[in-house]
Design a protein around this ligand. Structure first.
Ligand code: SF4
Ligand code: SF4
Length: 89
């Protein structure tokens, strides 16, 4: 199934990505860098720990993984043929 979003014209997501982003709560300090860097609003802080709200509009940019100072976020590429696609590459 393919999803679109009014917020991001020209983008679609093919469902079935699997669990491609994980947070290690033992390492997370709740700094909120991942919350602030994510343009898709995928994270929130609950009880001083990052939590995934949902990944529906995740663009698989890897910024959350890159910016986390504690290496608490694991990022894997979604399964082939699934996930983010855009009109501009
Ligand atoms: S950037 Fe890393 S340490 Fe900071 S809140 Fe997010 S997951 Fe936790
Ligand atoms: S990969 Fe990018 S869009 Fe997806 S959750 Fe991380 S920062 Fe947000």
């Amino acid at each position: 199934m393919v999803r679109t979003s009014k917020k991001f014209p020209g983008v679609e997501w093919i469902e079935g990505r699997g669990e491609y982003i994980k947070i290690n709560h033992n390492k997370c300090t709740g700094c909120a860098y991942c919350v602030n860097v994510c343009l898709a609003g995928c994270f929130k802080i609950t009880k001083k720990k990052a939590e995934i709200v949902n990944l529906d509009e995740c663009m698989e940019c890897g910024s959350c993984w890159y910016i986390c100072p504690e290496e608490a976020i694991q990022f894997f590429w979604p399964k082939g043929g699934t996930g983010y696609k855009s009109d501009w590459g």
